[in-house]
Design a protein around this ligand. Structure first.
Ligand SMILES: [Zn+2]
Length: 343
C-alpha cells in the first residue's frame, strides 16, 4: 500500500510517499481502506518532533480518516467487508478503571493514531473494531474524515465536560481552526447566543455566516470587557478554549457567576496566569477535556446527522501532494479543515 511517512522529524519536505506491506487485522481488529483523511495541528507537531514521543521510523502520519472495511480479524462481530466507517483515532486499553466506567479518553494508556501509533495517511489502516463507527451517509468522504479529532473533541467539550444546556450563551475562542469551527457547528443548534473571537475580521464574518451572533477581534478589543458589554454585564455561561495564554484569563473574565470554561489545548504554551480570586469568588469551573469516549463519538454522530451539519473543508489534496497539504495547514487565512483524498 501507499503511505505518507517520515523517516526523521522535520517540515513538510520530510514527508515521503512510499510502498509498505499491507497490514492485516489481528484478533478484535479491522483493516479499513482509507478513502479520505483530514489533517490536524497534532500532525504538524508529530512531524516536527515537538511532542517528543517515542515513535518508530518510518512513521505513518495522520489521525482522522474514513473509508470502507477491507477485512475483519478473529472474533469481530457485526462488521463486514465493504461497510462504510468513520475511524475514532483515540485508542484506549478498554480494561482499566477509566475505560470500564466509559471514559475512554481518560485511559492512562490513551493513544492517538498517527501520534503514538501508525497513522491514517495511507491506503490501509488497522484499528480495533471498537474504534469504527457507521459513516454518516449524507456526507462526502472528505467531510466525514473531518469528523475525527475536532468534532469528537468539540462534542465532549460542549456536552459532556461543559454540560451545555439549551439556550445557554457560549464563547468560542480563535474561530477559524478546525476545533473552533466544530464547536460553532455543534453549539449553534442548541445555544442561545454564540460569541466568537479571532484576530481576523474576515474569519469573524465567515463565522457569522455559519451562525455566530457576535464576533470580537481580540487584537483590538478586550474580550472580557466586550463580552460584558454585549451581554448587559451578565457574561456567558460557557467558554470553550484551546489556546490558553491570555485567552484563559480573558475567558474567565467573560463568564457569568457559576460559569464554566473548558480547555482542550494549549497552543499558546503550557503555562498561563489566572486570577484565583475571580475563580473562587464567582464560583467558576475550569475544566480540562481531551478527545472523547465511545458515547461521545456516537452522540456526536447523532448530533451531526440530526442537525444536518457538514464539516467545513477549506481545501482537499491528493495523497501525492500531502506535503503541500501540511504547508497549507499552517496558512493564516485557512478557514476549516484540510483534507487528503487517499483512494
Ligand atoms: Zn484504559
Amino acid at each position: 500500500m501507499k503511505a505518507a511517512v517520515i523517516n526523521d522529524y522535520g517540515g513538510p519536505e520530510a514527508i515521503e510517499i512510499v510502498e509498505l506491506p499491507d497490514p492485516r487485522p489481528g484478533p478484535g481488529e479491522v483493516s479499513v481502506r482509507v478513502r479520505a483523511a483530514a489533517l490536524n495541528r497534532l500532525d504538524v507537531w508529530t512531524l516536527s518532533g515537538s511532542l517528543k514521543l517515542p515513535i518508530e521510523f518510518p512513521h505513518i502520519l495522520g489521525a482522522d480518516a474514513a473509508g470502507e472495511i477491507e477485512a475483519v480479524g478473529e472474533g469481530v462481530r457485526g462488521l463486514k467487508a465493504g461497510a462504510r466507517v468513520l475511524i475514532n483515532p483515540g485508542i484506549s486499553c478498554r480494561e482499566c478503571e477509566r475505560c470500564r466506567s466509559g471514559e475512554h479518553s481518560e485511559c492512562p494508556s490513551f493513544r492517538i493514531l498517527g501520534e503514538h501509533l501508525p497513522g491514517t495517511l495511507c491506503e490501509l489502516v488497522v484499528v480495533p473494531a471498537l474504534n469504527v463507527f457507521p459513516f454518516p451517509e449524507e456526507l462526502s468522504w472528505t467531510e466525514g474524515a473531518a469528523l475525527g479529532i475536532t468534532f469528537i473533541t468539540a462534542y465532549r467539550m460542549l456536552f459532556n465536560k461543559g454540560r451545555m444546556r439549551p439556550g445557554e450563551w457560549v464563547l468560542i475562542t480563535g474561530i477559524g481552526g478546525g476545533l473552533a469551527l466544530s464547536l460553532l457547528q455543534l453549539a449553534r443548534p442548541v445555544a442561545g447566543r454564540v460569541f466568537v473571537t479571532s484576530s481576523s475580521q474576515a474569519k469573524i464574518s465567515k463565522a457569522k455566516e455559519l451562525g455566530a451572533d457576535e464576533g470580537i477581534d481580540y487584537t483590538s478589543d478586550d474580550v472580557g470587557k466586550t463580552v460584558r458589554h454585549m451581554t448587559g454585564r451578565r457574561g456567558v455561561d460557557l467558554v470553550l478554549d484551546s489556546s490558553g495564554g491570555e485567552a484563559l484569563d480573558s475567558g474567565l473574565r467573560s463568564l457569568v457567576q457559576g460559569g464554566r470554561l473548558v480547555i482542550a489545548g494549549a497552543t499558546a504554551g503550557p503555562k498561563s496566569e489566572i486570577n484565583l480570586q475571580r475563580l473562587f469568588w464567582n464560583q467558576l469551573t475550569l475544566q480540562g477535556s481531551t478527545m472523547g469516549s465511545d458515547p461521545d463519538v456516537a452522540n456526536m454522530l447523532r448530533a451531526v446527522t440530526g442537525g444536518g451539519i457538514r464539516p467545513i473543508i477549506d481545501r482537499s489534496f491528493p495523497l501525492a501532494e500531502v506535503a503541500d497539504a501540511f504547508t497549507y495547514l499552517e496558512s493564516p487565512e485557512r478557514f476549516g479543515k484540510v483534507a487528503v483524498e487517499i483512494s
